[in-house]
Write a protein that binds this ligand. Structure first.
Ligand SMILES: [Zn+2]
Length: 105
């Protein structure tokens, strides 16, 4: 069975509608929907103080959603860098484990 998405909704892969009348980010009493951002996207938004960590994976209003989306698009390179740094740290840590010694800072 397929999910039906109303015409007013932005088309989004894996869209999982969950409505409330309160936005977790701006705390406005407006129709809000849980948005499907990736874990990296949420971490980046929290790191940039665009959103409280408590709002992660919670319903957002359209204004906040489009605002966050714009931020993520504008700062896509920074997010890539952040993700790459984390990946590099994990890689060097596991390499150090394989070599049986701790990597020097
Ligand atoms: Zn909002």
């Amino acid at each position: 069975m397929k999910n039906t998405v109303s015409k007013t909704m932005p088309s989004n892969t894996g869209f999982n509608a969950f409505f409330t009348n309160c936005c977790s980010a701006c705390e406005g009493h407006v129709k809000s929907v849980r948005r499907e951002f990736s874990d990296q996207a949420w971490s980046a938004l929290v790191a940039w103080k665009e959103v409280q960590s408590t709002a992660v994976d919670s319903p957002l209003c359209n204004d906040c959603y489009f605002n966050f989306r714009d931020v993520l698009i504008e700062r896509a390179d920074e997010m890539k860098l952040m993700t790459a740094n984390v990946a590099a740290k994990v890689a060097s840590a596991s390499l150090a484990l394989m070599n049986g010694k701790v990597a020097r800072a």
